[in-house]
Design a protein around this ligand. Sequence first.
Ligand code: ZN
Length: 470
Amino acid sequence: MPGIPQETIDRVLDATDIVELVGSYVTLKKVGLNFQGLCPFHSEKTPSFSVSMEKRMFRCFGCGASGNAITFIKRHQKLSFPEAIRLLAERSGISIATEEDKKRETLVFCVAKAQEEFRRQLKSGSYLSPLKYLKERGVKAETQEEFGIGYAGSVKELIGSLKRWGIHDKTIPLSIGLLREKEKGMTCPFMGRITLPIVDHKGNTVGFGGRAIENSQQAKYVNSSESAIFSKRRLLFGLNRVKISDDTVLVVEGYFDVLSLHQAGFTNTVGLLGTELSAEQAKILERLAHNVILIFDADAGGKAAILKCLKIPRQNLSVKAVLLPEGDPDEFIRKGKVTEFQGLIEKARGIREIAVEIIGHRVKEESVERLTEEATRIAAEIPDGMEANLFAEEAAKTLNVPAWVLQEKTQARREKKEKIAERKRGLERFLVNELLKNPGLKDMLRLEALKDLFEEGEEKRILVRQILKQ
Ligand SMILES: [Zn+2]
């Protein structure tokens, strides 16, 4: 079994009381040395199912089912082998680290050491421009400390530091985009940039945002590349520093927005990593608080982002938004408009209401036909049918077209989307069936890559099980 070592399996089996385990699913009675009950794997009226504490096995004299605790839970709960081990390990409070977990740990360790090094380089006094930059942007020393802000000044020193920590294998920093190969030697994509560590929900630093400090630098921001430990859509900046107040979390677009707001006392702020809000981020927010207030920049980008937010499912969240009258939150706070900002938050409105308003404002410059099309497209993406209908109705009103026009168009789009989804599901089923019938296909298909094309569901679970078996 790749992934879980035999020693771990033995440890889990040793720690599992099979009578207690089976007994939590089947009523057992002590008979002599063993325990007896009705077999859960076939239908019977008199017990022929027996569990031996001593042998740590179960056996059914009716249908022939037999095995140990893993076999039992695997069959009874319809789990894969690793899933069964994981469940048993959890029951006994044993932590099991798979090869994959160990690999992740190595990557996380590498990021942690890079983080220490970037911090050291910023504080070393060898680089004046980043200190000057942070001062100009009003980032206080204690904020730098709190958020672990650093500077990538020397790739040579970075590599030297990683080596001192035993990271000699360059594939490790390469695989997380901390280093990049160039013609001669290595480079680091964060060189010459302020580094902003991004911390996951477990408190591990898993990547960086890098802010350029000179206008001549090509991109204003670079982020760690997507890897086994870093995924922009699953992370938020400031998650490790956020302090929820009033059951509300504020969400802003940029790193420096988060820093400024924290400094101004809005410590319940987190930041998106230069992306639109994703469904995964909405789930993280759901764990933090019930109320979310999204704060968007005054520019066209901010307006477009609000329209996109409507398609994010948000069952247990009350989501409101603020569209700033000018600039971004960082500029706002640095102009000293803290009270005004507080007022804006208090007057946050529903996203739908703002979205309708944004569309309404555009009537002056764009044709009603085009806006109707756009509103239809947005409405068709709204997960909740009732809200989609309301949005269509309100958008129609602001565009001065009959509501049924938008509602009918929306309905048609939703049906088309549903048909495509249905076809996709059919294709997924077909693929998985072929794979089960013909295991040889596994070597030809890149299952890992296919996995991400699958929607969540039974087919995906089967596919993942096949991958784990590889
Ligand atoms: Zn049986």
